[in-house]
Design a protein around this ligand. Structure first.
Ligand SMILES: CC(C)(COP(=O)(O)OP(=O)(O)OC[C@H]1O[C@@H](n2cnc3c(N)ncnc32)[C@H](O)[C@@H]1OP(=O)(O)O)[C@@H](O)C(=O)NCCC(=O)NCCS
Length: 175
């Protein structure tokens, strides 16, 4: 079971199957999935994909958190994930996806911070990573704002820009 988190403006709780319709609606916005490969254009495959990811056990302390504003706790704003990289690990990846109406308010970085703290303080991970499309300037900025840096040692040729945060980086930002 994943812990709940709260921030100044947001609640994060484990994503459940009750969030399925909201997640599917979010993904159907082409701007939201513009930089992300997935079966978004095929409704059946899309639903099967998201449902399977909701029901899967990702390992202790890993999974997806749904985000809501404290001022509107029943309205789904998106999610933060902390998952085995490429579904396999051993690295652990952090990611974020918000409905377009929630963009530009600092929500993604605010929601990601307690998940980063969970990764290092509770799970005791040595590092977390993210792979971001080089054109996805907003997501790159989120990674930078929460203290990640470009990982020059990551394999090239994936089509994604690799970001990393180590335990020392995390301590360094005084989180
Ligand atoms: C990426 C995403 C999560 C950002 O959410 P958000 O709540 O708007 O993020 P934040 O407000 O915390 O931070 C975004 C930062 O990027 C900046 N930004 C946003 N779009 C930008 C752009 N096109 N060019 C440059 N900077 C941009 C914002 O100004 C902000 O930086 P600032 O606080 O220094 O001003 C959201 O746009 C999203 O869900 N996108 C679709 C899904 C996606 O691409 N997920 C990531 C896959 S790797």
């Amino acid at each position: 079971m994943l812990p709940d988190f709260s921030t100044e403006r947001l609640f994060l709780r484990p994503r459940t199957i009750a969030d399925l319709d909201a997640c599917l609606a979010m993904d159907r916005d082409r701007e939201v999935t513009r930089f992300i490969a997935g079966p978004w254009a095929d409704p059946k495959a899309h639903e099967a994909f998201v449902r399977a990811r909701m029901l899967r056990d990702w390992g202790a302390g890993l999974g997806y958190w749904s985000i809501a504003a404290r001022s509107a706790p029943d309205r789904f704003l998106g999610w933060i994930l902390l998952l085995p990289l490429d579904d396999e690990g051993p690295d652990v990846e952090i990611g974020w996806r918000l409905v377009r109406a929630a963009w530009g308010l600092g929500h993604a970085s605010e929601a990601a911070r307690p998940v980063v703290a969970h990764a290092f303080d509770t799970l005791r991970l040595s590092r977390i990573v993210a792979g971001i499309d080089p054109g996805n300037a907003g997501s790159i900025r989120v990674a930078e704002k929460i203290g990640m840096r470009r990982d020059a040692a990551a394999p090239a040729g994936t089509g994604y820009t690799a970001f990393v945060m180590t335990r020392d980086d995390f301590r360094g930002i005084g989180a």
